[in-house]
Unconditional design. Sequence first.
Length: 369
Amino acid sequence: MKKILHIPNYYPPHHGGIEDVCYNIVRNTVDAEQKVICFSDNKKAANDNIEGIEVTRCGCFAKIHSQSLSFSYMINLARILKDFNPDIVHFHAPNPLISIYLLILLPKHTRLIVHWHSDIVEQKIIYSFYKGIEKKLLCRANKIIITAPCYLDKSKPLQSHRDKCQVIANVVSEDKLTLKEEDYRQIQELKQGNPILFFIGRHVPYKGIEYLIKAETLIKSKCQILIAGDGPLTAQLIASTKSSRIKFIGKINDDELRQYFYASYAFVFPSITKNEAFGIALAEALYCGLPAINFTIEGSGVNWVSPNGISGIEVENSNAEKFAEAIDCILSDKLLHDRLSLGAVQYSHKNFTLDSLSVAINELYRSII
């Protein structure tokens, strides 16, 4: 039986796009002994057992430009590599600090899969120091997973390693999105007002929430915009919002997320840079039948996740006026809405299900040992 060590930034119950991807991979891997090492979301280290998987969480004392820092991580990683002796290390990038540790500690016989979630786009000063390490990491990798075919064409770091790259799309957690009996009453209550335009995500610059707020002032149709999640920009965004049609609803749990998805009329996804390499929330919204409105993002997988005219409407990047016009089109044309809704369901079920992930990831693991 093969041994696999998974290295995400964090791991459930901490939720995020990369964390959910890793969790789904672990759950759908067969004939393998698996362990996880990750950062803790606080200063305390912990050893957990999540659904039979040993998870080592390393206490984090600080975070600089999205990079968690831990005194104990390198010691724990060295111990696990020695004692567990994995056949495969499945590393989720970007994670610059752990890239360095892997280059130092990874035994020559251990196969390395780099799961490339995105290029480092905004932290240009840090990247200038990290670029050489990244190059060595990609050279050491036996296989590189990318999440959308169009991302490979625009990613400079990957161009010299195209022969190692394989597309395995991120998938949705279908059980999380399957309606439960107790959901229906709550969904009907949420639907009582004007049609809901729903957003969920971290409140950070690349999510483009400011353009959604600008677009609201130009939307002619009746609607309400619900913004879920939080982040460093939350207070600033709330302060800039003058309309009663926009409501910030904060962090929500999985049950609430499912209810909001099915109560909403459309999904608004205003991300503006290729930091948004895929968009798990976007794929989840499509799975629930929500037409999506999003910007064109050159080099990102977003426009592959939601093809223009099939599952939603794509408009010029950072153009709040065009974004508002697209929203009005969906709100005012029921035939268009219903066509895109059906397209969203069909496209997501074809491309973003656990069955497709399970087949692809297990075949990849078998092929590199």
